[in-house]
Design a protein around this ligand. Structure first.
Ligand SMILES: [Zn+2]
Length: 510
C-alpha cells in the first residue's frame, strides 16, 4: 500500500501515526512522530505500519472468503452437472427404449408371403378355437417385454433420490454461505460546540426534537433545538443537589427529573410556561435512574437506597403517587428496562450477581421479584446499563475496569440466560470504570442502539435475533461524557469535561 499522507505541521518528514477518530478531518488524523508525542489523541493513534497491517489482514480475510465461496460454488456446479448427466442418461435410455419398442412394432408388417393358403387356414383355425393370431401374439409379447424392461430399468425411487440429493446440496449451501444484513455506514460531522464549565449529567430531547433539556449541576436548562443549533431559553432551580437523570414524555411537552437530593420533579409546559411540581420525596437517598411505561401512567425510579419505587403518574395534574416498592437489590440501582409487553422489568445494581428479573401475570397489577439472573462468563462482573432488545432478549454492559463487553441474555423456557455466542467485545480499557449516566438509546426505525461505554460511544445495529454488530465507535477523550441522540438519530449531543461544553454532531446513515 502507498500513501500520499503528510503531517499537517511538518511536510518534510514521513508521517508515522494515524488517529482512530473519523470525526476529525483527514489532515488532523495524520501525525509525524514529533506531533504524535504531544497530541491529545496520542493513546488513540496507531502506527502507519499497524494501520496497513490491519487493513491488509482484513482484506485478506475477505479475499479468503471470496476464494472459499468460489470453490464451494464450483463444487456445487460439478455436483449438479453430475446429477444432470445421470438424469440425462436415464431420460436418454428411456427414449431409446421407446424408439426400439416403436421400431419392433413397425417391423410387424403383414407380408404377402404369409398370405399363402396353409397360413390362411392356420389363422382361421386359431380364430375358431378362440386363440390369438400369430401377429396378435407377437404384438402383446412385444408390449409386455418392453414394459417389463422399462419398469425394472427406470426405478422412480432413483429419480426421487436424485432430487433429494439436489435439495441437500442447496440446503448445505444456504447454511454455509456467509450472509450479513447490510450494515449502515455512519458518518459524524461536528457542527457546533457550546461552552458550559459546570457538569451536565443528563440530556434529553422532546419528541419533535425542537427542545433539548440538559442539566448543570443541580439546575435544569431548557434549550431550543433547531437542526443542531441550540439556544438557552430558561434555567430551572427545582432541585437542591445534582440532577442525575431526565426522561421526556413521548406524548406531551413534559419531563421528569431525578436528583441527588433524593427527590423527583415533574415539569410541564402550560400556556408556553414551564411549570414544575413540588419535589416528590420517598427515596431515602440519591435517585439514579427513571423509566416511563408506554402509557405514561407509571414511573419507575431506581435509587442509591437499593430500592425501585413504582409511582402512579398523572401528567395532567403534574402528580406522582407512591404505588409500591421493589426491594431485593443489595446495592445502588443504576439501570432499569421494561419489555415491550411490560410484564417484565429488569434492573441492575452496582455489584456482582445483581441483575434482577421482576414480573407479573396478565391480571396482576404489581410486579414482584422473580429471580436473580444466573450469569456464566459475566459472573463476578458488575454492570450499570441494561436494556431490553425484544420481549425475550436484553443486553447488559459491563462496568468493571479491564472488562469491556456487552452480554446478551435470552429467555428460553421463561428464564433469562447468557448467550455466549452473542457477546460483543468492546475496546479494551484497563484503567477506568464505566459511568451509569448516558443511558442506552434505541433508534427504532433503523435498529440502532447507542451505548456510551467508558470513553467510547458505540453505534450498534441489531441485525435481528439479538445479533448486534458494531458499526461505529466514537472515541472521546474522557469517560465523563453525557448526552443523547435525537429521536430519529440525526443528531448526537453530549457534554464532556474535556472541552467543558456541549459538542453537537450531525449523524448520517448510508
Ligand atoms: Zn508533525
Amino acid at each position: 500500500m502507498n500513501f500520499a499522507f503528510q503531517c499537517l505541521n511538518h511536510n518534510d518528514v514521513q508521517p508515522e501515526y494515524i488517529v482512530l477518530n473519523s470525526s476529525l478531518s483527514d489532515q488532523e488524523r495524520i501525525l509525524c512522530e514529533k506531533c504524535w508525542k504531544i497530541s491529545k489523541w496520542k493513546s488513540n493513534a496507531i502506527s502507519q505500519k499497524d494501520a496497513i497491517f490491519r487493513i491488509e489482514s482484513k482484506q485478506n480475510e475477505v479475499k479468503n472468503d471470496i476464494q472459499n465461496q468460489t470453490n464451494t460454488l464450483n463444487k456445487i456446479v460439478e455436483q449438479v452437472k453430475n446429477l444432470l448427466n445421470q438424469l440425462n442418461f436415464y431420460y436418454g435410455s428411456l427414449i431409446s427404449q421407446i424408439e426400439n419398442w416403436k421400431e419392433d412394432l413397425t417391423k410387424m408388417t403383414f407380408k404377402d408371403n404369409e398370405n399363402n393358403s396353409q397360413f390362411f387356414l392356420q389363422e382361421l383355425d386359431r380364430i375358431n378355437q378362440k386363440q390369438m393370431l400369430s401377429k396378435e401374439k407377437q404384438f402383446y409379447e412385444t408390449n409386455r417385454a418392453y414394459l417389463l424392461k422399462m419398469i425394472h430399468g427406470f426405478n422412480t425411487n432413483d429419480f426421487r433420490k436424485k432430487l433429494e440429493e439436489l435439495q441437500k446440496i442447496l440446503v448445505k449451501l444456504f447454511k454455509e454461505t456467509k450472509i450479513k444484513v447490510p450494515e449502515y455506514n455512519i458518518k459524524l460531522k461536528k457542527i457546533n460546540q457550546i461552552k458550559q464549565d459546570s457538569c451536565c449529567l443528563s440530556l434529553v430531547f422532546n419528541q419533535f426534537n425542537t427542545l433539548m433539556i440538559s442539566t448543570k449541576l443541580h439546575q435544569i436548562q431548557i434549550w431550543s433545538f433547531d437542526k443542531g443549533i441550540i439556544n438557552l431559553k430558561q434555567i430551572l432551580d427545582v432541585h437542591t443537589k445534582w440532577v442525575n437523570c431526565l426522561v421526556y414524555s413521548k406524548k406531551i411537552d413534559a419531563f421528569i427529573s431525578g436528583s441527588d437530593d433524593s427527590t423527583i420533579v415533574i415539569t410541564k409546559l402550560v400556556n408556553e410556561k414551564w411549570v414544575s411540581s413540588k419535589p416528590f420525596h420517598r427515596h431515602q437517598m440519591e435517585v439514579y435512574c427513571l423509566l416511563l411505561n408506554q402509557e405514561e401512567d407509571l414511573l419507575f425510579s431506581g435509587s442509591c437506597d437499593k430500592s425501585i419505587i413504582v409511582w402512579k403518574l398523572d401528567f395532567q395534574k403534574n402528580q406522582l403517587e407512591f404505588h409500591y416498592q421493589l426491594d431485593k437489590h443489595k446495592n445502588s440501582i443504576y439501570s432499569l428496562s421494561l419489555n415491550q409487553k411490560e410484564n417484565i422489568l429488569i434492573s441492575c445494581a452496582n455489584q456482582k450477581d445483581q441483575i434482577i428479573v421482576w414480573g407479573k401475570e396478565e391480571k396482576e397489577d404489581k410486579l414482584t421479584f422473580k429471580y436473580i439472573v444466573k450469569q456464566k462468563d459475566s459472573k463476578n462482573l458488575y454492570g450499570k446499563k441494561i436494556f431490553f432488545l425484544s420481549d425475550n432478549r436484553f443486553l447488559w454492559v459491563t462496568a468493571n475496569d479491564g472488562v469491556d463487553k456487552i452480554f446478551i441474555f435470552e429467555s428460553t423456557k421463561g428464564v433469562f440466560e447468557e448467550n455466549k455466542e452473542k457477546t460483543i467485545e468492546l475496546v479494551q480499557n484497563q484503567e477506568i470504570e464505566d459511568q451509569f449516566e448516558f443511558p442506552i438509546i434505541e433508534i427504532n426505525q433503523n435498529k440502532i442502539i447507542l451505548v456510551r461505554h467508558k470513553n467510547q460511544i458505540h453505534f450498534l445495529q441489531d441485525q435481528g435475533n439479538g445479533k448486534l454488530v458494531k458499526i461505529y465507535c466514537m472515541q472521546c477523550l474522557t469517560k465523563n461524557t453525557y448526552g443523547s441522540l435525537t429521536s430519529k438519530g440525526e443528531f448526537l449531543v453530549y457534554w464532556d469535561n474535556d472541552i467543558l461544553g456541549y459538542q453537537i454532531y450531525e449523524v448520517n446513515y448510508t
